[in-house]
Design a protein around this ligand. Structure first.
Ligand code: HEM
Length: 418
């Protein structure tokens, strides 16, 4: 192995590096070629193995019996605090993304029917109407510079998710604020205010609880045809009702896993088109490419940057022995540029066929909302290619200071309407 370039560890995992430079494509390329299972050691975080090759990520993801999402959680913590750290805002609820089989399968089944392609057909109207409304609002700026993240990308998933979860329109902005704080917990600008992180985490947990508990009580009294009602009244295979902690966890995970990810994929689409205007023109000329374009956008933008697993027994991964208790972080954005799997991986190609990207993860925890996310991206793209002639950058974009769920913080654009 050649000597590791200096500061590679900081570049691939610290929030500051992502805020400053976004995805570390150069470092990932070096790692894939020279040290694809790389021991990472930065001062402020737990140590871990960084996994950057596609085939290693699929191998790990297919072994939830060895690589646990439950033991040690799915995000990295500060070096001096472990999974059970009190100020982990995810810990106040029990969510499927942090469960292992057999519990994981039992709880995932509760909502999996809702999220099948058939199941989400009932959402076509809201997904399409929302896309139209978002582009209507964007068009009110004419060709003035506008921040695509604030004015378009974040509005679409907010409206769709709030509708299926029964969040009243007047609470939408509040929920958006809370979820941004949760995901950017350590971002000084976007995270919750205050120096006392414990108090901030407690308050955040309480605010989520109050909001979702009111909906659960309402849907138990007044059932409707939505996910909120399904979750509020869910029973497990045993016939027992789903517990409150798990029910609250479901609301939390559907909203939180669905919102920032979809937002980053939509702004990622715009970013990709700004860098590759010919691909926008190509899609406009041939809308039959929408299906492949959507997958290419998720491959390209990889909004979930990594997921962590903890080995619960020793495991030989290629030439590296992963020891029981070791943590592995699977970098989906790195795997999505793996030259072993993708031809010309650094090219954004709306017509890319056989796109085996890992943007939605793989195997046991494969994204539950993948079909809804694809429908949302499709609906917005349809509006964009129909109504927009061309787009231009209108300033420097900024990036979220987060290495977990990552994307544009702001993306100034100038839109030329058709
Ligand atoms: C482009 C948008 C999205 C991306 C890139 C994305 C990505 C991912 C990834 C990588 C995972 C795997 C986690 C793991 O292996 O531990 C995942 C899981 C999950 N996603 Fe998504 N997601 C997106 C949209 C959504 C939406 C819209 C929803 C819900 C409405 C959603 C709900 C979930 C849930 C509930 C899980 C956990 C599944 C499980 O543990 O079995 N996601 N997502």
């Amino acid at each position: 192995m050649t000597t590791t370039p200096p500061a590679i560890d900081e570049a691939i995992i610290t929030a500051k590096a992502y805020g400053d430079q976004s995805f570390p494509f150069a470092e990932w390329g070096w790692l894939r070629a020279n040290d694809p299972i790389h021991w990472t050691d930065v001062d402020e975080l737990e140590n871990f193995w960084a996994i950057t090759r596609h085939r290693h990520i699929t191998e790990i993801s297919a072994r939830p019996d060895v690589f646990s999402s439950e033991v040690g959680n799915i995000v990295l913590f500060s070096e001096d605090q472990d999974f059970d750290r009190e100020d982990n805002p995810f810990n106040s609820m029990r969510v499927i993304i942090q469960m292992d089989p057999p519990d994981h399968r039992e709880f995932r089944k509760v909502a999996s029917g809702f999220f099948t392609p058939r199941g989400i057909e009932r959402l076509d109207e809201i997904v399409n109407d929302t896309a139209r409304m978002v582009i209507d609002q964007l068009s009110s700026f004419g060709s003035e510079p506008v921040d695509f993240v604030a004015e378009a990308a974040q509005r679409h998933p907010l409206r769709v998710l709030c509708t299926i979860l029964g969040v009243p329109p007047e609470d939408e902005d509040r929920l958006l604020e809370l979820t941004s704080q949760l995901f950017a917990f350590d971002d000084p600008e976007l995270g919750p205010p205050g120096d006392d992180r414990q108090a901030a985490a407690d308050l955040l947990g309480l605010q989520f609880y109050e909001m979702f508990n009111a909906i659960i009580e309402d849907r138990r009294a007044n059932p409707q045809d939505d996910l909120a009602t399904l979750l509020a009244n869910a029973t497990l295979e045993s016939g027992e009702p789903m517990g409150l902690v798990e029910t609250l966890g479901y609301y939390l995970i559907v909203f939180n896993a669905g919102h920032d990810t979809t937002r980053h994929s939509l702004s990622g689409a715009m970013g990709a088109f700004l860098e590759n205007p010919d691909e926008f023109a190509r899609l406009k000329a041939d809308p039959s490419l929408l299906k492949t374009a959507v997958d290419e956008i998720v491959r390209w933008s990889a909004p979930v940057n990594y997921m962590k697993r903890t080995a619960i027994e020793d495991y030989q991964l290629d030439d590296v022995l992963i020891k029981k208790g070791d943590r592995v972080c699977m970098f989906y954005g790195a795997a999505n540029r793996d030259e072993e799997v993708f031809e010309d991986p650094d090219r954004f190609d709306v017509g890319r066929e056989h796109n085996r990207h890992l943007g939605f993860g793989w195997a046991e925890h494969y994204c539950l909302g993948a079909h809804l996310a694809k429908a949302s991206i499709t609906a917005l793209l349809e509006q964009m290619i129909e109504r927009i002639d061309s787009i231009e950058p209108a300033g420097e974009p900024t990036h979220t200071a987060s290495s977990f769920v990552h994307g544009y913080k702001t993306l100034p654009v100038k839109v030329n309407w058709a």
